[in-house]
Design a protein around this ligand. Structure first.
Ligand SMILES: Cc1cc2nc3c(=O)[nH]c(=O)nc-3n(C[C@H](O)[C@H](O)[C@H](O)COP(=O)(O)OP(=O)(O)OC[C@H]3O[C@@H](n4cnc5c(N)ncnc54)[C@H](O)[C@@H]3O)c2cc1C
Length: 550
């Protein structure tokens, strides 16, 4: 009965008054929220929600966030963005995987976390077979063509019509500032209102809900729902409503990045890599993200283990002499999440809601997920609390899923060459959930069933540190939605997990590692079908033809 009266209430609300949503902050999170909510809630020319966005002329966007994961394709499609136009507008390039270098021993070894791989059905024993082999070929190369396509810098798209079998899965690298500008242009052209003004105060009603924001020029903007996209400033959710931040720096030690851009005019290696590279250094790791006109580098490191000056020196030495005088920038960040991302009528999306360091490029994804969840749980009526409860639970779960997965990249290291890596090998640096999972996988390697159930033996039943969602004593679900078995296998086997246990488990190892037949067939055809990544970008996305240097 409650359901039907709510539904009537919902219809009545639509008839009587459209809800007003005010997004505060115009970074990637703010403009993604504006464009997506407008596309989904105001579909087919039927306007059910009034959306406005205010951003400050004085507070710049953070300006990082250049590597994405394939979920970006959903948001682009929902907004109605053409992929090629998108790439032209944001200096985009393709990303087919992440290549991890020096994470295990620090001696030049690497592995790929590719977006696509074959998954034989009904039983996928590729992992077990590889574990029993001599592992002369990296695991991912046996189940995916993408690592080798990446090594030879091929695009995941053809120049003509596609006739290369199932599509390759990819995401993009892009200029984060241009992405926000592009979304802004689209959203405004579709009716999203826009103010450039600095919010100076937030008015709260007696029931604790936000009523309005006021600005430096004397504007007062009221709304039914406020989306806090003010980045780490968290102007509404934290500064006004006092909602706390759950710190997770115990498990992820990095808290800053020093960044440089290397324009291709300065140094062009002769190709554009269709993947992100993450190379471990002495106190963290460096991202290398190729765009259409430059490479972007950022040394994500821990201030406790390296000074900013030392980190900058290490980054310049890593890149080479041509980087000696390029300007650099330090970006500070904190790893953690808002204890509740949705409180009353205020929802934190983007850096105001959570942040996990960018090793698996999940920052924009979390903004994207929050936006999609907000559209699914949109409060048309007046009863916000049940919707907020579900939203908070879903966001916290996904946060911990990502946290554990990234934690694993560090904790499986065997590096002892710096204080940073030695610290990461201490047991207390691994989350309890990850520890329970790895212990279990020492008894039997990961299989699909492990990603359908959230509990492993000896896993402590610690509830979400969410400031106490009423009656919620369950531990977070930490498996299987974003990072499935494929992702876990990529990292686990890339990091030589189970190399000792395997002999005990399986006896003698088989002498040869075999590549799956489908992968071999695809690779045999690849060079004839797929163009070099830079050629595709030049022909389709407007990249200039740079002269190879160095
Ligand atoms: C080092 C680093 C690397 C990253 N790399 C990646 C990556 O590779 N991939 C990825 O997906 N994500 C990455 N991220 C995350 C990504 O940058 C963010 O998720 C994304 O940019 C969203 O930022 P935002 O919009 O929340 O905040 P911001 O970009 O900081 O925007 C904040 C907005 O709030 C406005 N504002 C602030 N105060 C006021 C006020 N008083 N009045 C009005 N407006 C105000 C500002 O003007 C601005 O428009 C990275 C983050 C960091 C720190």
């Amino acid at each position: 009965m409650r359901g039907s009266s709510t539904r009537w209430g919902w219809r009545l609300t639509l008839v009587l008054r459209r809800k007003k949503v005010l997004i505060v902050g115009g970074g990637s999170a703010g403009w993604m929220a504006a464009a997506y909510l407008d596309a989904v809630l105001n579909r087919d020319g039927r306007k059910s929600v009034d959306i406005g966005l205010i951003e400050s002329p004085d507070v710049p966007r953070i300006g990082v966030g250049e590597a994405t994961i394939p979920s970006i394709n959903h948001i682009l499609a929902a907004i109605g963005i053409d992929e090629r136009e998108f790439m032209r507008r944001v200096d985009g390039t393709f990303k087919q995987s992440i290549k991890f270098v020096n994470w295990l021993h620090g001696s030049g070894e690497h592995y790929y976390h590719a977006f696509a791989r074959i998954l034989p059905t009904p039983i996928d024993s590729t992992g077990r077979r590889w574990l029993r082999s001599d592992r002369s070929m990296p695991f991912m190369e046996t189940v995916s063509a993408q690592p080798l396509l990446c090594e030879i810098n091929l695009a995941p798209q053809m120049l003509g019509d596609w006739d290369f079998g199932p599509p390759l899965i990819y995401a993009f690298h892009m200029n984060a500032l241009k992405f926000a500008d592009y979304l802004c242009e689209l959203a405004k052209s579709r009716g999203v209102r826009h103010w450039v003004d600095h919010v100076t105060d937030v008015q709260v009603a007696g029931n604790g809900n936000i009523e309005a924001v006021t600005t430096a020029t004397g504007l007062r903007l009221d709304a039914d729902l406020f989306v806090d996209c003010t980045g780490f400033a968290a102007l509404l959710i934290e500064k006004k409503l006092g909602v706390g931040w759950v710190d997770c720096s115990q498990w992820l030690l990095c808290d800053r990045a020093v960044t440089i851009h290397v324009p291709y005019e300065r140094h062009y290696p002769g190709y554009v890599r269709p993947y992100t590279t993450a190379t471990a250094l002495s106190a963290g790791w460096v991202w290398e993200i190729p765009l259409r006109d430059r490479r972007s580098l950022g040394y994500v490191h821990s201030g406790a283990f390296s000074s900013d000056d030392d980190a900058e020196r290490e980054l310049r030495a890593f890149e080479g002499a041509h980087a000696a005088d390029l300007p650099s920038r330090i970006v500070h960040f904190k790893v953690g999440h808002r204890s509740k991302a949705w409180v009353g009528n205020c929802i934190a999306v983007g850096l105001s809601g959570s942040f996990i360091e960018p090793l698996e490029s999940t920052g924009l994804y979390l903004s994207d997920l929050a936006t999609v969840m907000l559209s699914e749980h949109f409060p048309y009526g007046d009863d916000f609390a049940p919707l907020a409860y579900r939203f908070n639970r879903i966001m916290a779960n996904r946060f911990y899923e990502i946290l554990d997965f990234i934690n694993m990249h560090y904790c499986l290291t065997r590096r002892t060459d710096s204080a940073f890596w030695r610290e990461l090998r201490k047991p207390e640096r691994m989350t309890d959930r990850l520890k329970a999972k790895l212990d279990f996988w020492r008894l039997k390697p990961p299989s699909n069933a492990d990603f359908e159930d959230q509990y492993f033996p000896d896993q402590p039943r610690v509830p979400l540190p969410s400031g106490g969602l009423p009656g919620d004593h369950r531990p977070p679900v930490d498996t299987g939605r974003l990072f499935t078995r494929s992702s876990y296998e990529a990292v686990l086997y890339g990091m030589d997990f189970l190399d000792q246990e395997c002999r005990a488990l399986y006896g003698d190892l088989r002498p040869r590692t075999a590549m799956h037949r489908n992968v071999a067939e695809r690779l045999a055809l690849a060079r004839g079908k797929l163009p070099p990544h830079d050629l595709w970008l030049q022909r389709v996305a407007g990249m200039a033809a740079y002269r190879k240097t160095g």
